[in-house]
Design a protein around this ligand. Structure first.
Ligand code: ARG
Length: 589
């Protein structure tokens, strides 16, 4: 059972209390939440907000209560005794405030230091999920939209994996479709000898794509050949399949260069993979009476959308939607995934909305989205340039992702070399740090925003060492590590013999924030919002610096042992946050 999060443990206590308070009401769900510092006056660390809603439900009945505050009082009185709670009070119209026991917080921290941070991993009510992310298209550009999908998808996968969910990381590459007819014919023209085809001969695949498109649009004889090529490819003709594979392979190498830089793991199951399953899936949907004829095409109508989802085009071909319906079927039935998550720009929201609604009509998914199995579209906004328009570089129309990552690294290298401490670092260490900081900066700048909003790509901002940036956070972590190093103590030994005491307000505030790690990860998973975790990490570093470190001397103080343990716990939680965000930590500055 999950006893990892404070919120869950309190929820269990309030559940018992609520059952006791209103025995007649069966399905009362405890509403327990942490109290935010930001909301001003804080009467406690956590709050239970059931009294008002409960009052509305019972006021007509003979319960003896005289209003919400009395209900609140009863909820408080009926709480079973617990070592977690220091004290309780009822405020306003019946809020039950809980102050946590600082000894309990200290013990939880100590236990985590001994048993490891993984004991704080949330447990989600599912075994297996698919995260469909990155998913660029063969021979077309892998653009900043795909970068966002890669970064967000990887983080979601990491958070779910940490939370004991088995994640199938799927790269749904666009490797099937009519563009291949034209690409293959163009390839045959350029390289009559297939042995000559390789990456360096083709050069830039995007340029190759453009050139073939020009040919396609200007020469009707070529266009016809290209259209036949699609049929021959789909019919499985060896020569065409081979050319298709060659083109895919070149794209793949290019994609992999980006994934390697970013430290992202993905398993490719492209659109072509699902192709053989499409006919039988459509047959099933047809048998269920979902498929209709419309203007020569075969379509599915879904609730609340006027236009139908086209599943077979009027020329008899399959499309993006037929593939996605089939992939969803495969993931549910063959892969037995309970949560299927799609990370793309918000522009594809309607597509997924229609696919999911069709799947609900088919009975594959439940109508209630709070139950598993379920499918969720994780949409995100645009990456903008300084001019407020879609992000592009000065001379080319698109930003090559490898160039972008190169620039992030070289800029951060310049900054690293300016630091005194790095003067006598070996080249390798400078390089490693520059990569961690540079790529971390790009990732964090993306993840810290609510994913639905657009964000402006700005190297100067993301590489600033002040403010809410990866650089600031990485250095904050390195500084904590250096406090521990400077103490000269063997921290593993201190863990065994030392004790954590949270008498100072700064110590308590830090301890409280640390024990909330688990529920924050759980919340970020449930809402599929990496920004929640970024906010937590930023607050952690802020509380450490402003409340704890600026008020509580560590080295040489009577509380040194306890405070070193607090430093260590902070560093461990920060590193786990970095890990979940796909950022490499830095230990020295
Ligand atoms: N290839 C698509 C694109 O570049 C994204 C695919 C997303 N995944 C999916 N199952 N449709 O826009």
């Amino acid at each position: 059972d999950n006893v990892s999060s404070v919120k869950r443990q309190l929820t269990q206590l309030f559940e018992i209390s609520l059952r006791e308070t209103v025995p007649g009401e069966s399905d009362v769900v405890p509403l327990v939440d942490s109290c935010s510092e930001k909301s001003g006056v804080k009467h406690g660390d956590y709050q239970c907000n059931n009294a008002m809603v409960l009052w509305a439900k019972i006021k007509g009945k003979q319960t003896g209560f005289r209003g919400p505050p009395a209900v609140g009082q009863a909820i408080m009185k009926n709480l079973p005794p617990s070592e977690i709670i220091e004290s309780c009070s009822v405020a306003g119209p019946g809020f039950v405030n809980v102050v946590l026991s600082k000894n309990w917080i200290a013990q939880s921290l100590h236990r985590m230091l001994i048993d490891g941070i993984d004991t704080w991993a949330p447990r989600l009510p599912l075994k297996r999920a698919v995260v469909d992310f990155s998913s660029p298209n063969i021979a077309k550009e892998m653009h900043v939209g795909h970068l966002r999908s890669t970064i967000i998808g990887d983080t979601l996968a990491r958070m779910l994996e940490f939370s004991h969910v088995e994640v199938l990381r799927r790269n749904h590459v666009g490797d099937w479709g009519t563009q291949f007819g034209m690409l293959i014919e163009f390839l045959f023209e350029k390289f009559p000898n297939p042995e000559e085809v390789n990456e360096s001969a083709i050069g830039d695949l995007q340029a190759f794509y453009k050139a073939s498109k020009v040919r396609f649009d200007s020469d009707s004889e070529f266009k016809q050949r290209a259209q036949q090529a699609v049929v021959r490819l789909q019919g499985g003709e060896i020569r065409y399949r081979k050319a298709w594979k060659q083109i895919c392979e070149i794209s793949r190498t290019e994609f992999h260069r980006v994934y390697e830089r970013l430290g992202v793991q993905l398993e490719e199951k492209g659109e072509s993979f699902y192709n053989p399953f499409i006919p039988s899936v459509l047959e099933e949907l047809g048998n269920k009476g979902l498929i209709e004829e419309s203007e020569g095409a075969r379509v599915i109508f879904v609730d609340g959308v006027k236009i139908p989802l086209i599943v077979v085009k009027s020329d008899g071909g399959y499309n993006y939607a037929s593939t996605d319906l089939t992939a969803l079927w495969y993931r549910l039935n063959e892969e037995k995934a309970e949560w299927i998550i799609y990370v793309t720009d918000v522009g594809q929201q309607q597509h997924f909305d229609m696919v999911f609604k069709a799947a609900k009509r088919a009975g594959w998914l439940l109508a209630d989205d709070s139950l598993y199995p379920k499918a969720t579209h994780v949409g995100f906004g645009l990456v903008l340039g300084e001019d407020g328009k879609r992000f592009r570089t000065r001379n080319t129309e698109v930003v090559r992702l490898v160039d972008l990552l190169d620039e992030a690294k070289s800029r951060s290298k310049t900054a690293v070399l300016e630091r005194d401490a790095a003067k006598d670092w070996p080249e390798e260490e400078v390089d490693k740090t520059s990569e961690a900081v540079g790529y971390g900066a790009v990732k964090y700048a993306d993840l810290k925003n609510n994913r639905l909003s657009n964000y402006t790509f700005n190297f100067d901002q993301m590489l600033n060492d002040k403010g809410n940036t990866a650089v600031y956070l990485l250095y904050a972590h390195a500084r904590i590590c250096s406090i521990i190093r400077k103490s000269g103590k063997d921290i593993e030994q201190v863990k065994k013999t030392g004790k954590i005491v949270l008498d100072h307000d700064g110590e308590r505030a830090l301890g409280l924030h640390l024990v909330q790690f688990s529920e924050v990860v759980e919340q970020a998973c449930t809402n599929l919002l990496p920004s929640t975790l970024c906010e937590y990490l930023y607050d952690l570093s802020d509380i450490f610096t402003k409340k704890f470190y600026s008020n509580c001397q560590v080295i040489g103080s009577p509380e040194e042992t306890s405070r070193l343990l607090l430093c260590e716990a902070t560093a461990i939680v920060m590193r786990k946050c970095f890990y979940l965000l796909g950022i490499e930590p830095v230990y020295k500055i």
